[in-house]
Design a protein around this ligand. Structure first.
Ligand code: HAM
Length: 489
């Protein structure tokens, strides 16, 4: 049997539904911060990544020659592609440019829990602005995304790579060898850094100073130890975060970041539940555009390791319950099949997710399949009821069965049930999740299905159409399950 390649995964429908749900939450947060989505190719000229990180990056790249003898690499991250895209086609756009992306990245790493060869990043870049408020905006969005997913235990740390870069330069480390040293400091490998630094002529006391700096961790007061502009900068970043209601991150001058293009503020978030591979988010400010043929433009960005953050949530015991379909149509006998197909199509046109048996199963087996498909209702189509233009509607959670006219079936499935008494706040939240039009009232909150908290929400749109989506109410908040579809009320 052929398996998927080492370090990659298949996502089955339940898992995929969960991933889409959380992805969409992240998209939603990004949009509320004024960022817009972009997409770049999965493979790029290998040079793009070599320019960014030096030839050593080839070790971790999936790189190959294509049939035209071009050196190609699968992207290991999306900042370089995003900045290439900016240089190619957006450099004249009004600044700042706020973009976000979601997609898979590839690194030839040794797979382990939370570390894959194909993994997914949700990232954002704010291009063309270099102010403390820019950095705060990006950190605030990262923090808001983590909060919005519902991860409880995580730690956000911010630092300033400029301080460390200056310190090692002052100690005598040549510019072209800074990356080598920073890599060791990133992993706190002091024993390996020592011989390297002494080979470069760095004195013992300067070395200790460097190590001390990377161990400097604490609250805002730590910034008193950071001389000059960098300290003032971070103080302002923290003040802006404070103004935006983001809890003060830990100040950690040992945040080095593995990638070597950062120039100023750097930050990371980790989830302790994950053990070894606990970093769930990383970012900072940098300039890359000049490397790709553009002008030097300052940017700040970050990427969330989507797989890792989901893993961390799972470790915290968070579960996601797949939504299932609204209705499953079951013909009592074979001669009811054609009529059942007709009813099925009518339900689908009304925006009700529905299905029926196409394998010729008998009633009992079809009912079993319906419950496996988490159908909320089963529509039983029998000859006797049909004579009166009716079908039997069975609520799968309660087992309650009622006779319903076919004409009223769709409305009955949507509007049936316990009326949803939502408070004003819930209504506003539901509305907030609608991307447009922004201020329409939620006109109709449909049925509560068997699981208690699921609702179908309809919002008047235009031309007599209604936006219809399924959501469920969790912690007094709507979680939208199906992307918007249109239906007529
Ligand atoms: P990074 O720290 O290399 O930064 O990756 C960001 C996140 O991707 C990590 O924090 C981690 O959660 C996740 N990640 C990395 N490698 C793997 C892997 N093999 N398996 C699973 N998850 C992984 C960047 O990539 C930068 N481009 C971030 C950035 C954007 N900086 C500025 N803008």
């Amino acid at each position: 049997m052929i398996q998927c390649p080492r370090g990659t995964r298949d996502f089955l429908p339940d898992e995929m539904e969960k991933r889409r749900f959380y992805e969409n939450r992240l998209r939603h947060v990004a949009r509320t911060f004024g960022f817009r989505e972009v997409e770049t190719p999965i493979f790029e000229e290998a040079e793009l990544f070599i320019l960014r990180s030096g030839p050593n990056v080839l070790n971790e790249l999936y790189a190959f020659k294509d049939k035209g003898d071009r050196d190609i690499a699968l992207r290991p991250e999306m900042t370089a592609p995003a900045i290439r895209m900016f240089v190619n086609g957006m450099s004249n756009d009004p600044k700042p440019i706020k973009i976000f992306y979601f997609g898979q990245c590839f690194r030839y790493e040794r797979p382990q829990s939370g570390r894959y060869r194909e993994f997914f990043q949700f990232g954002a870049e704010l291009i063309g602005s270099a102010t403390p408020q820019t950095d705060a905006e990006v950190i605030a969005m990262a923090s808001s995304m983590i909060e919005n997913l519902g991860l409880r235990e995580y730690k956000l740390r911010i630092g300033h790579i400029g301080v460390l870069r200056q310190k090692i330069a002052d100690a005598g480390v040549p510019k072209e060898r800074a990356a080598e040293v920073l890599q060791k400091l990133d992993k706190k490998l002091y024993d390996e850094a020592r011989p390297l630094l002494s080979e470069m002529g760095v004195s013992e006391s300067a070395m200790e100073d460097i190590f001390d700096l990377t161990e400097t961790v604490g609250g805002v007061e730590v910034l008193d130890k950071v001389p000059g502009e960098a300290g003032d900068w971070l103080r302002q970043v923290v003040s802006y975060l404070d103004a935006m209601g983001v809890p003060t991150p830990e100040i950690d001058l040992g945040v080095v970041r593995g990638l070597d293009y950062y120039t100023g503020m750097v930050f990371e978030a980790e989830a302790p539940a994950l053990g070894a591979e606990k970093q769930i988010c990383g970012g900072g400010s940098y300039t890359l555009s000049q490397l790709f043929g553009g002008e030097e433009v300052f940017s700040t960005g970050f990427a969330i390791g989507f797989d890792r953050i989901l893993l961390a949530m799972e470790k915290e015991g968070q579960t996601y319950e797949p939504v299932g379909i609204d209705a499953y149509v079951v013909p009592v006998t074979d001669d009811m099949r054609m009529k059942s197909a007709e009813i099925l199509a009518m339900l689908r046109r009304s925006g009700i997710s529905s299905d029926m048996d196409i394998m010729g199963r008998k009633m009992a087996k079809a009912m079993k399949y319906a419950s496996g498909a988490r159908a909320r209702y089963v529509v039983i189509v029998g000859a006797k009821e049909l004579e009166e233009g009716s079908v039997t509607l069975r609520d799968m959670a309660s087992g309650e069965q009622t006779l319903v006219k076919i004409d009223a079936l769709a409305q009955s499935i949507k509007g049936r049930s316990v009326p949803v008494h939502l408070g004003v706040q819930e209504r506003i939240r539901a509305r907030d999740q609608l991307l447009r039009p922004a201020d329409v009232p939620v006109a109709h909150l449909g049925y509560l299905g068997g699981q208690g908290l699921r609702v179908l929400v309809e919002v008047p749109y235009a031309f007599g159409l209604h936006l219809v989506f399924a959501a469920h109410l969790l912690d007094h908040e709507f979680r939208i399950h199906h992307e918007f579809g249109f239906g007529t009320a």
